[in-house]
Design a protein around this ligand. Structure first.
Ligand code: PMP
Length: 315
């Protein structure tokens, strides 16, 4: 017998097959939604799922809601509790992907005034393995699509409509035989991957595009900046990066909740460094993978440990 999977919609837990919306839902037509991608990482030793930086994800969700004028009846603490309760209810004892979505949920088309459309919130959780194969360095392509500028579309938060660009870029890169796309800004400087932030190492210094380079303010990005500075004593500079600097870098890697910390071995058919995962990237990967399962004592407060209830879904 298949196990019942539960979702959250309309203020309560419901069977996932009942968590549906109508065809006139505003967000479906106009992308008027803000989402998060959160990982729960299974820690076999502890028999718990470590949800990574849960509060920070919901703080970012609420920042996006502020911009889109979505008023949720929930605080960050409420959203964390809703998530923990749903994870427990589903009982997944494996890696999971947690997807909250705050959206303009009214059945209302031909209305472009955010202030007159009612809001809704939903949450789904699903088992989730690798998003990208990070056992080997990726082959990336500079996309023909440019990252929108914040003056056209807010870029620091996860607004659904913004993802059309990422999806076009990723699809183009995969169709051309690459693993991932790197998007440039309108001025040709480097922004980020289709669903990841970008880091470049030259002469032992870590560089990453700054907030004003239209990249998402990634939570993995923030975590890696802290780990690099505090655990490895490395300098991290947030600045404008030229496309050609990437070709000449010693190491390049991408960070994201889904993609984790993934080395880039080639860009536009040129090797980055030797083409293998560089030694700083490797050190950061080792630290990162320990941290996200709750095995790095200094950063234990980044993980919300949840014990799956037995006899429910998952396994
Ligand atoms: N950039 C984009 C466009 C993304 O979709 C993501 C994934 N959320 C990231 C960067 C990385 O952000 P985070 O580390 O918060 O997942």
């Amino acid at each position: 017998m298949t196990q019942q999977i539960w979702a959250f919609l309309g203020g309560k837990q419901v069977p996932e097959e009942d968590a549906t919306v109508g065809v006139k839902t505003h967000a479906l037509h106009y992308g008027t939604a803000v989402f998060e991608g959160i990982r729960g990482n299974w820690n076999e030793r502890l028999g718990k799922v470590a949800i990574f930086r849960l509060e920070e994800h919901y703080e970012r969700l609420l920042r996006g809601c502020k911009i889109l004028r979505i008023n949720l009846p929930y605080s960050v603490a409420d959203l964390c509790k809703i998530t923990i309760d749903l994870l427990e209810k589903n009982g997944f004892a494996e890696d999971v992907y947690i997807r909250p979505l705050a959206f303009k949920g009214e059945q209302l088309v031909a209305n472009l005034n955010l202030n007159t459309v009612a809001d809704e919130f939903m949450l789904v959780i699903q088992p989730f393995g690798d998003y990208i194969d990070n056992s080997r360095p990726l082959k990336c392509q500079t996309s023909s699509w440019r990252r929108p500028m914040d003056s056209s579309m807010p870029t620091g938060v996860k607004i659904s409509g913004l993802y059309t660009t990422s999806i076009l870029a990723k699809t183009e890169a995969l169709a051309a035989g690459f693993d991932e796309a790197i998007l440039l800004n309108q001025d040709g400087s480097v922004s980020e991957g289709s669903g990841e932030n970008l880091f470049m190492i030259r002469d032992g210094v870590i560089n990453t595009p700054s907030e004003t380079d239209n990249c998402l303010l990634g939570i993995t990005r923030d975590s890696v900046i802290q780990l690099a500075k505090d655990e490895l004593g490395l300098e991290v500079v947030q600045r404008h990066i030229h496309r050609s600097e990437l070709y000449l870098a010693d190491e390049v890697f991408l960070t994201g909740t889904a993609a984790h910390l993934t080395s880039v071995g080639e860009l536009d058919n040129r090797n980055i460094g030797t083409g293998e995962t560089g030694h700083i990237t490797k050190k950061l990967q080792d630290l990162y993978f320990k941290t996200v399962v709750g095995d790095q004592p200094n950063y234990a407060d980044w993980c919300t440990m949840v014990t799956p209830s037995s006899g429910k879904a998952g396994g």
